[in-house]
Design a binder for this molecule. Structure first.
Ligand SMILES: [Zn+2]
Length: 592
């Protein structure tokens, strides 16, 4: 990277599939078809007495199919995202989707057989899966909680018209809401995403009006929405706890994430105990926006930006510097993404507006999409996605079935890279206004990812208990939510009573109960690791690289344990809050 000048540009997909149409593409489709046929040839040959050697061959066949599927899926997704209005790309995406669904159906019997296999046979065969063992182990994680086949079939059928129907009704209601907002004397009818723009407006009156409009629409439908929530909770508890025998409602999510209950309990407890860290921040923010006490509708008030302009080349150099200061390997792996021509950084109409990294298959350097506009947040987003790309490359020795990190660890490298960038920028730029802006932005965003989401999970824990044991009413759930908000904000934010209905707006608690804690888990994990890096310096580096190198070849906690981090302890998670607290100390020192 030293001698090369980096400019914004488009990526190259040629080393994934050489031609977008014609022989290159047809070859990739026939590789998939062949691989699926090979897996299909095992039909009728799978039983508990299968020799381990045969199982090892089956696993290689499954890997070959997964690789071929990932190439096509990745290619069609990347081509489509570079120009979402390209009809050819869209047509290919649809063609690939239906081909993938077809091969999945043809070969699903392998998974079914493996999941239904008795424990002794599974234990005997598992080591023969080699590096793919954790994938096969994961498929059986739910085995102790699996019911008889007719019962499972009945649950599936009834879910389609039952709990999935409830979620669909919620979505239909929620997406049908419009919000009337009077802006500069004119009344406008807006969608939810449009109204949320005003929730972040510099004008306090617009922010208040935005929240009032939002809440009003949900409160007008509160009886139905609350009833849908109670059905959601009852279904979750009845199925997971009463029928399947899990120990608690949250345990069902923990099992999916393969994280022990103790680690999640410790995380949520530490979040509850550290709410006061953010109270200090909200008092500071009140000063910055010139009020005595922040109102709930002010918490996303924008901070006065301190503008710095970066050319794309500046950004790439910065990324290389912060990665290289940590370990040269990180800088080299980031550089490989540029060398391979796998970065699409140029903003243009029709391109996916977001940022992502797509690690397609272990033997290809990952692809990175950003929309670079020269602001500090664009540099941050570039470093985040390159963090993912480095993670993918460090784990590339693993099976295609186990190289992707499990959900609780999926944002480790990306968020850690952002912390490295933040500290790098703070070291380089001594201007106090800029430092304050950088730190304030970080803490601001961390609130939404950590504390707010953790308190959603805490509310869910109470709500599931209340619905299960006390047949709680909508008003009782709302009162519980208001208590939750009061303990989240203390006296640092003025929370009006209407916010007791805010939970009706939180789609995650309807769609995926307890999903929300994945955000604080991922964010605090990185902050806690960062704190250890600050404390230990160079001796931390190999432990951190070891975490990334494992990809998804083991359970998340096995990976962390092996690197010497015990996330079952409150002390570990506290380290994350100590970093945030340190940033707020500095913000207090920097004054207003
Ligand atoms: Zn990410």
């Amino acid at each position: 990277m030293t001698g090369t000048m980096h400019c914004e540009g488009r990526w190259n997909l040629d080393d994934l599939i050489l031609m977008k149409t014609g022989p290159g593409l047809e070859r990739a489709l026939s590789v998939l078809d062949d691989a699926a046929s090979t897996v299909e040839s095992w039909r009728g040959k799978l039983n508990g007495a299968l020799p381990t050697k045969a199982f090892a061959i089956l696993v290689r066949d499954v890997e070959r199919q997964a690789h071929a599927a990932a190439v096509l899926d990745g290619f069609s997704y990347l081509w489509f995202s570079e120009q979402t209005n390209n009809a050819d790309a869209l047509a290919l995406r649809q063609r690939v989707d239906s081909r993938l669904a077809d091969v999945r159906n043809r070969t699903l019997f392998v998974e079914h057989w493996w999941k239904a296999l008795d424990d002794d046979a599974a234990r005997r065969l598992l080591p023969a899966a080699g590096d793919a063992a954790y994938h096969f182990e994961s498929l059986r994680r739910f085995a102790p909680y699996t019911l008889s086949e007719p019962a499972e079939r009945a649950i599936n059928i009834k879910d389609v018209n039952g709990i999935h129907g409830i979620a669909t009704i919620y979505d239909m209601m929620e997406s049908g809401f419009t919000f009337s907002l009077s802006i500069d004397g004119e009344t406008k009818t807006l969608t939810r995403s449009e109204v949320m723009v005003f929730a972040r407006d510099p004008d306090p009156a617009k922010r208040a009006a935005a929240y009032a409009a939002l809440l009003q629409a949900f409160i007008a439908n509160k009886d139905v929405l609350a009833q849908l929530y109670k059905y959601t909770v009852s279904d979750w508890v009845e199925e997971n706890v009463k029928l399947r025998g899990m120990t608690s409602p949250i345990a069902a999510r923990n099992l999916g994430n393969d994280v022990p209950d103790a680690a999640v309990d410790a995380l949520l407890e530490v979040c509850r105990e550290n709410a006061s860290v953010y109270h200090r921040f909200f008092r500071l923010k009140a000063r910055w926006i010139g009020v005595d006490c922040l109102r709930r509708c002010d918490i996303y008030a924008p901070l006065e930006p301190v503008v710095r302009e970066y050319s794309f080349d500046d950004a790439v150099r910065l990324v290389r510097r912060v990665f290289g200061d940590f370990h040269p390997k990180l800088a080299d792996l980031a550089e490989r993404v540029f060398e391979a021509g796998h970065v699409d950084s140029q903003p243009r109409p029709g391109k996916d507006a977001g940022a992502f990294c797509y690690s397609v298959v272990p033997d290809k350097v990952p692809w990175v999409c950003v929309n670079f506009n020269g602001r500090v947040q664009d540099v941050s987003s570039l470093v985040h996605e390159l963090g993912h790309a480095v993670h993918g490359q460090l784990a590339a020795e693993h099976s295609v079935l186990t190289w992707h990190s499990p959900l609780p660890l999926a944002e480790t490298a990306s968020n850690f890279a952002q912390m490295l960038l933040l500290q790098g920028l703070l070291t380089i730029d001594r201007d106090s206004a800029f430092r304050r802006y950088l730190l304030a932005r970080y803490v601001d965003e961390s609130y939404a990812a950590i504390l707010r989401q953790a308190f959603f999970a805490l509310f869910e824990r109470d709500a599931h208990r209340m619905v299960k044991e006390e047949s709680a009413t909508a008003d009782q759930l709302a009162a519980c939510y208001l208590d939750n908000l009061r303990s989240q904000f203390g006296s640092s934010v003025d929370v009006p009573d209407e916010f007791r209905w805010e939970w009706l707006m939180v789609g995650h608690i309807y769609h995926s109960p307890f999903y929300c804690y994945a955000y604080p888990f991922g964010h605090l994990l990185v902050l806690a690791l960062y704190q250890q890096y600050e404390r230990e310096g160079a001796s931390f580096v190999p432990k951190y690289l070891r975490i990334l190198e494992q990809g998804g070849s083991k359970a998340p906690l096995a990976i962390l344990d092996e690197a010497g981090f015990d996330v079952r302890t409150k002390a570990f998670w506290q380290g994350g809050f100590d970093v945030i607290s340190g940033m707020i100390d500095e913000l207090e020192r920097l004054g207003s």
